[in-house]
Design a protein around this ligand. Structure first.
Ligand code: HSE
Length: 422
C-alpha cells in the first residue's frame, strides 16, 4: 500500500482525495498497489472541508512521519514551500506538485534534491492535459523546434468573450474568477506570469534550459482593447495569449504575449477557459493537445496520474535529460533579437502629414508595412485610429519605433502593439 499525505486540502486537494477513493479499483489495477490518502494538512482547521481523511495544521509533524510514502504539495507559494519540499526530498520521500511558480524558480534545485525519490509535476502545466508526459516521453525522439501554447484559461476566457461579445474587461475577468480558474491574485493571469511559469517548465523538458521568469519576454493582455478586436476580425485573426518557444540554431526564443493568429489555425480555435498546445518535433511534425487547463477534477486527475507513475516505480529523469546536451547546449535568445510580425494601433489627430511621419519612423527602424487600415473615430471628432501590420522585423527596432511614435505631438494615446504569429 502507498500512503499519501496531502499538503493543502483546498479545491484540488479534495479532488485528489475524491479520485483516490472513487477510482480506487482502477488505480489499484493500473499500478498493482493501493494508493491511500491518510492525512491532510491545512492552514485553517476551522474551515469546513468535504473530505473524509483526518486533517492537521502541523505540517512539520507530517513531514517527519516515517509511514508516508508520497507527499502531494498543493499549498502554493514559492520560497517557504521550496524549503518544505526540499526537506521531504532530503528524507528520501517523493513529491507530487501542481505548483508552477515553485517550479519556475526551483525546478533544477528540486531535481538535484530528489536523489532517492521522484517529483511528479504533470498538474503544473495545462491542468488535465498530459503535456509533460507527451513532451518528456512521447516526443523524446525529437528535437523540439517549437512550442506554442494557450496556457492560461483565465486570459483565454477573457479574450474569447471580447471577440464574441462586447462586455468590459473588468466584468469578464470577474466572471472568470467566479468560474474558479483565476489565481488568488489575478494579476498573475492577466500579466502573463502564470503562462510564463508554465512555458519555462516546458522549455526545460524540451531544451534543457534553466531560465527564470525575469529572463524572458512577458506581456499580458491588459492593453487589449475593442479596437484591436475590430482589427483582428477585419483581417480574420484571433487574439490569444501565447507562450512561445522556438529553437533558432543554438538559441531558443522564449516569450509570452498576446498574439494575432490566423483564424484557420487549430490553436486559434481553442476558446473559452480551455488550454491548447502545439508541439512541433523535427521528425513527428506538429502535434496538438487540447483540454481543461485548470479546475478541481482536471488538475486532480493529473496529480493522481503522477501518484500512479511513482507507485509503478518507472523512472524518467524529472526534467527529461539524463545528461546535458554537451556540444549542442542551448541558450535563451535575448529578448531584443526576437523576430516576428507585428501589429500597431495608433490613435492620432487627423492632420496632414501624420501618416507620412509615422511611416518615416518605421522606415528608419527598418520596419516594412504589410497592411494598413484607418478608422475615423465617431465619438472623438478630429481623431482617427491607424492600424498597421508589418512584415518580419526585429523586436529592438519595433520598441525603438514605438518610443519615437509615442513622442509625436499628434499621437493622442500610447500606441498598442501585438505580435502576429502565423
Ligand atoms: N490561473 C490558471 C489559469 C489556473 O487560468 O489557467 C491553472 O494553472
Amino acid at each position: 500500500m502507498i500512503k499519501v499525505a496531502v499538503l493543502g486540502v483546498g479545491t484540488v486537494g479534495s479532488g485528489v482525495v475524491d479520485i483516490l477513493e472513487k477510482n480506487a479499483d482502477i488505480i489499484q489495477a493500473r499500478c498493482g498497489k493501493k494508493i491511500v490518502p491518510i492525512i491532510g494538512v491545512v492552514r485553517d482547521l476551522s474551515k469546513k472541508r468535504d473530505v473524509s481523511i483526518p486533517l492537521t495544521d502541523d505540517v512539520k509533524s507530517v513531514i517527519n512521519r516515517d509511514d508516508i510514502d508520497i507527499y502531494v504539495e498543493l499549498m502554493g507559494g514559492v520560497e517557504q514551500t521550496y524549503q518544505v519540499v526540499k526537506e521531504i526530498l532530503n528524507r528520501g520521500k517523493s513529491v507530487v506538485t501542481a505548483n508552477k511558480a515553485l517550479l519556475a524558480y526551483h525546478r533544477y534545485d528540486l531535481q538535484k534534491a530528489a536523489k532517492k525519490s521522484t517529483i511528479g509535476f504533470e498538474a503544473s502545466v495545462a491542468g488535465g492535459i498530459p503535456i509533460i508526459k507527451a513532451l518528456r516521453e512521447g516526443l523524446s525522439a525529437n528535437h523540439i523546434t517549437a512550442i506554442k501554447g494557450i496556457l492560461n484559461g483565465t486570459c483565454n476566457y477573457i479574450l474569447t468573450k471580447m471577440m464574441n461579445e462586447k462586455g468590459s474587461f473588468k466584468d469578464i475577468l470577474k466572471e472568470a474568477q467566479e468560474l474558479g480558474y483565476a489565481e488568488a491574485d489575478p494579476a498573475f493571469d492577466i500579466g502573463g506570469l502564470d503562462a510564463a511559469h508554465k512555458l519555462l517548465i516546458l522549455s526545460s523538458i524540451a531544451y534543457g534550459i534553466d531560465a527564470k521568469p525575469e529572463d524572458i519576454l512577458i506581456e499580458g493582455i491588459e492593453n487589449i482593447g475593442h479596437e484591436d478586436i475590430y482589427f483582428a476580425k477585419e483581417f480574420e485573426y484571433s487574439i490569444k495569449l501565447l507562450g512561445i518557444a522556438k529553437k533558432q540554431g543554438k538559441r531558443v526564443e522564449l516569450r509570452v504575449h498576446p498574439s494575432l493568429i490566423p483564424q484557420d489555425k487549430m490553436i486559434a480555435k481553442v476558446d473559452g477557459v480551455m488550454n491548447g498546445i502545439s508541439l512541433i518535433g523535427d521528425f513527428v511534425g506538429e502535434t496538438m493537445y487540447y483540454g481543461a487547463g485548470a479546475g478541481k477534477n482536471a488538475t486532480a486527475s493529473a496529480v493522481v496520474a503522477d501518484l500512479v507513475d511513482i507507485a509503478r516505480e518507472g523512472q524518467s529523469p524529472m526534467l527529461g535529460f539524463k545528461s546535458s546536451l554537451e556540444n549542442s547546449k542551448l541558450t535563451v535568445m535575448p529578448k531584443d533579437e526576437v523576430k516576428t510580425k507585428y501589429y500597431f494601433r495608433v490613435k492620432v489627430k487627423d492632420k496632414i502629414g501624420v501618416l507620412a511621419k509615422i511611416a518615416n519612423i518605421m522606415e528608419r527602424s527598418q520596419i516594412s508595412i504589410e497592411s494598413f487600415l484607418q478608422k475615423m473615430e465617431t465619438k472623438q471628432l478630429g481623431t482617427t485610429t491607424l492600424f498597421f501590420a508589418t512584415h518580419h522585423c526585429k523586436e529592438a527596432n519595433v520598441q525603438e519605433a514605438l518610443r519615437e511614435i509615442e513622442k509625436l505631438e499628434f499621437v493622442s494615446a500610447k500606441p498598442v502593439m501585438i505580435r502576429i504569429e502565423d
